[in-house]
Ligand binder design. Structure first.
Ligand SMILES: CC(C)(COP(=O)(O)OP(=O)(O)OC[C@H]1O[C@@H](n2cnc3c(N)ncnc32)[C@H](O)[C@@H]1OP(=O)(O)O)[C@@H](O)C(=O)NCCC(=O)NCCS
Length: 214
């Protein structure tokens, strides 16, 4: 099935445009800066391997419940986000990722706002849901500004994070020590479930200008 059947025309708004993954955007994302632990699961350095890049591109175009978008500003890939259209709890946003070189410019808020406005027009009866590890504080500030509220907090086994935690020293784990626990023979992380009711006001401006961010 052609990708056109699954995706809308590019979605414009907030000085950026949301597009499905393509080769040019994959090449750009392969060169994004990386954060490493504990955000390693988002890093896209593996796309520098041409075979991995092709396989991820095929994955991103698979028909099914998920749509994968890249936020592009003046031709430059500045963020990405995916949505599960069929999750029973709501339109489920995931893989919200802005690389370090583009952070602090409200890309996260702006791309989510553009995506959610389109989703509200296309699926007008559904609310939004996402889950986030409790240490991801920058993300939470953006989610709150967009009208998300925490509806539940729970301990969660995040396999990718747990795999890394086994290899990290207590010193390396110190920054997130309050947000993780070792329980019943495995690592768990505290995770928040956020919900946004459709139509809730969205603020896409930063509270703090980017040049003042440390
Ligand atoms: C979380 C993430 C998507 C935020 O992207 P972003 O485009 O920088 O977000 P925004 O510009 O909308 O900023 C969100 C908040 O973080 C703050 N912030 C962003 N970068 C910052 C930095 N380097 N230093 C200090 N504050 C920063 C912003 O000021 C804003 O806070 P405010 O509401 O007080 O103004 C990005 O940092 C990221 O990809 N992190 C790793 C993956 C991740 O955590 N994803 C979310 C998983 S649920």
């Amino acid at each position: 099935m052609s990708i056109r059947a699954n995706y809308p025309a590019p979605i414009h708004g907030e000085h950026l445009v949301l597009r499905p993954w393509d080769r040019n955007l994959v090449n750009q994302m392969a060169r994004w800066g990386e954060r490493g632990f504990p955000y390693h699961a988002f890093d896209l350095g593996s796309l520098r391997d041409p075979a991995q890049a092709e396989s991820m591109l095929r994955w991103a175009h698979e028909p099914g419940h998920h749509r994968h978008f890249v936020a592009v500003e003046d031709g430059v890939a500045v963020g990405r986000v995916s949505v599960n259209l069929k999750d029973t709890s709501g339109l489920y946003l995931w893989s919200v990722h802005v690389p370090p070189e583009h952070e602090g410019q409200a890309v996260c808020r702006r791309m989510l706002a553009v995506l959610m406005r389109w989703l509200e027009r296309t699926y007008p009866t559904r609310d939004f849901i996402l889950s986030s590890n409790s240490f991801a504080e920058h993300a939470h500030r953006a989610y709150r500004a967009l009208g998300f509220e925490i509806i539940e907090t729970r301990w969660h086994h995040d396999k990718e994070l747990a795999d890394q935690l086994w290899q990290r020293t207590p010193n390396e784990r110190a920054d997130i020590a309050d947000q993780i626990r070792f329980e019943n023979g495995r690592w768990e992380v505290r995770a928040h479930i956020f919900r946004r009711k459709r139509g809730t006001h969205m603020n896409t401006s930063l509270r703090q200008p980017a040049h003042l961010l440390s």
